[in-house]
Design a binder for this molecule. Structure first.
Ligand SMILES: C[S@@+](CC[C@H](N)C(=O)[O-])C[C@H]1O[C@@H](n2cnc3c(N)ncnc32)[C@H](O)[C@@H]1O
Length: 217
């Protein structure tokens, strides 16, 4: 495991039990996390019977919504590095009785995708991973032609002055990040690898949804 991955596991093991509650605090500063997730999920354009991967699924917020979109004949796979986050996700899946959902503990840089993937979604996970471009590339290799890569994440809006970047540190630190991560641009490989792409932004440009359609092989 890389040093970065080890650090992530340490951070998210500590945060797992209270992750959902602490994430909800973002609503106090006007963020509408679930609305952004619904927007991102819609962009996957899933149909009953599809296979979809939630990359960095955390406590599994998206899993019931994805399960609904692919129906009982579909397949939802949640992948995450941190055992404690997956335990929360497992609880959620069990309580909701979602038989089409499976969970995999693994690193997205090496994860072996199954066949016939129609959609991959990564919510607030790729910016935390230095090798995000490799993850996006491997995702495109796994996606069926026309299948979609959807990334929901934060980015620095153009209007934010460089001299105020250090002020973001305390906002990023609880998620295992630091201000150097503003240089990470996961939407770029999503766009570069796509036959067609689009970008939606919310929250004054801080939040984006990047959508790429996988090309013919
Ligand atoms: C901020 S949380 C987001 C969780 C979830 N997607 C959500 O929207 O609530 C980031 C997640 O990415 C996972 N993660 C970080 N690095 C990873 C990696 N290399 N491979 C797989 N998961 C990773 C962490 O364990 C954590 O659960």
């Amino acid at each position: 495991m890389t040093t970065e991955s080890q650090r992530m596991v340490e951070v998210y093991r500590k945060r797992a039990k209270r992750y959902d509650v602490t994430s909800n605090r973002l609503y106090l500063i006007g963020q509408r996390t679930m609305a952004y997730k619904h927007l991102a999920l819609e962009q996957l354009a899933l149909r009953p019977g599809d296979t979809v991967v939630d990359a960095g699924c955390g406590t599994g917020h998206n899993l019931p919504l994805l399960a609904e979109a692919v129906g009982p004949t579909g397949r939802v796979i949640g992948v995450d590095l941190t055992d404690a986050m997956l335990e929360q996700a497992e609880d959620r899946v069990r309580r909701a009785g979602l038989s089409q959902v499976s969970l995999v503990q693994g690193d997205l840089t090496t994860y072996q995708y199954p066949e016939n993937v129609r959609g991959i979604i990564a919510c607030f996970s790729l910016t935390l991973i230095g090798e995000y471009a490799k993850i996006v590339e491997r995702g495109y290799e796994a996606l069926d032609p026309g299948g979609r890569w959807v990334v929901l994440d934060y980015r620095l809006p153009r209007w934010w002055p460089d001299r105020l970047i250090p002020a973001l540190g305390p906002m990023i630190a609880p998620f295992g990040g630091d201000v150097s991560m503003v240089q990470r641009h996961p939407w770029e490989p999503v766009q570069e690898g796509a036959a067609r792409h689009r970008m939606l932004t919310r929250y004054g440009g801080w939040v984006y949804v990047a959508v790429g359609e996988a090309p013919q092989k």
